[in-house]
Design a protein around this ligand. Structure first.
Ligand code: IPM
Ligand code: MN
Length: 360
């Protein structure tokens, strides 16, 4: 077998992006030698750092590096310094939205859940968490009000909410396929009691369900009700399917009830399984440079990259197991430290080293 070699565009970005990326690279270096997988890193500027250096959040040189790579491992972007720029020029919108559009990264996969050993970190009551929960938000990423026609005058502002049939079909398939490998249940979230876009969305989801995935259980919830149900009965959910805007809101809620946003990894992929893999949380400028950020979301994002884009399942499993083992041993960065017996407060680097040591 010829040795495998993957080219990865590393866009660490701003804030804690660099600190947590260092740890993800440590883990990948060890995975490389243990599993004979080659990784070639191409490190590029993005977000605020790129604005400072070039005037643009996504410089052409960074985009070219992404085009020439097998996957993008993204850190986080943004910070106070760039908040006065017009929205479309800011690090988050100016970098992420064009990357999503350029590579047609339509499927945003955001797993959420509470591990039994981290139950104390979730803001939910123990009687709601019970033995924990896990579900995955599947969010459409290339349509909706994000990319519909925008108008801004001094008298009005408008964003067109629009979905094409093909866009709904392909994201619905992603959700149903994930459900096949999970607990066979999809909850579709929309606002079909008010919005024509949602009525259309729901009818397409039902069509795909009936034709291609009749064995999967399909339920519908309105977005307002869904935000409540997730808080009171998180165990009821397996795969949550939503459009761009509702999925954005639900994935923050999901990340928050999971204990810490510093734990949550995510993937944004296209139909070729090329993807951008990033922590769900932001650049956290308030804790940047202090060495206390949780690197697990970044390391978990690297694991999702190995799984989804490269199909390196053994390596993926090894990373996931190492994260669990490290948490079981009591290691806690500040965001998940609760002071219970057996917990040990560790730095970003110590958490990364411990996970690296635990790779099997
Ligand atoms: C996210 C973010 C982005 C979004 C912003 C930064 C444009 O909130 O990835 O969820 O709204 O999609
Ligand atoms: Mn968001």
């Amino acid at each position: 077998m010829s040795p495998k070699n993957y080219k990865i565009a590393i866009l660490a970005g701003d804030g804690i992006g660099h600190e947590v990326m260092v740890e993800a690279k440590k883990v990948l270096a060890t995975v490389s030698s243990k599993f004979q997988i080659g990784f070639e890193f191409d490190e590029k500027l993005v977000g605020g750092a790129a604005i400072d250096a070039t005037g643009e959040a996504l410089p052409a040189d960074t985009l070219t590096a992404c085009e020439n790579s097998d996957a993008i491992l993204f850190g986080s972007v943004g910070g106070e310094k760039w908040n006065s720029l017009p929205p479309e020029k800011r690090p988050e919108v100016g970098a992420l939205l064009p990357l999503r559009k350029h590579f047609d990264l339509f499927a945003n996969i955001r797993p959420a859940g509470v591990l039994s050993m981290l139950k104390n970190s979730s803001p939910l009551k123990p009687e709601i968490i019970c033995d924990g929960f896990n579900f995955t938000v599947v969010r459409e990423l290339t349509g909706d009000v994000y990319f519909g026609e925008k108008k801004l005058t001094k008298d009005f502002g408008s964003d067109l909410m629009i979905y094409q049939k093909s866009q709904v079909e392909r994201i619905a398939r992603v959700a149903f396929e994930l459900a096949r490998n999970s607990r066979q249940k999809v909850t579709n979230i929309d606002k079909a009691n008010v919005l024509a876009t949602s009525q259309f969305w729901r009818s397409v989801v039902e069509e795909i369900h009936a034709k291609e995935f009749p064995e999967i259980e399909l339920n519908h919830l309105y977005i307002d009700n869904a935000t409540m149900q997730i808080l009171v009965r998180p165990q009821n959910f397996d795969i949550i399917l939503a459009g761009n805007l509702f999925g954005d809101i639900l994935s923050d809620e999901a990340a928050q009830i999971s204990g810490s946003i510093g734990l949550q990894a995510s993937a944004s992929i296209n139909s070729q399984k090329f993807g951008l893999f990033e922590p769900m949380g932001g650049s956290a400028p308030d804790i940047a440079g202090k060495g206390i950020a949780n690197p697990i979301a970044q390391i978990g994002s690297a694991a999702m990259m190995l799984e989804i884009s490269f199909g390196e399942l053994a390596a993926t499993k090894s990373i996931k197991k190492a994260i669990l083992k490290t948490l079981e041993s009591g290691c806690r960065t500040a965001d998940i430290f609760t002071g219970f017996a057996g917990e040990k407060k560790v730095s970003t680097a110590e958490m990364g080293e411990e996970i690296t040591k635990n790779l099997e």
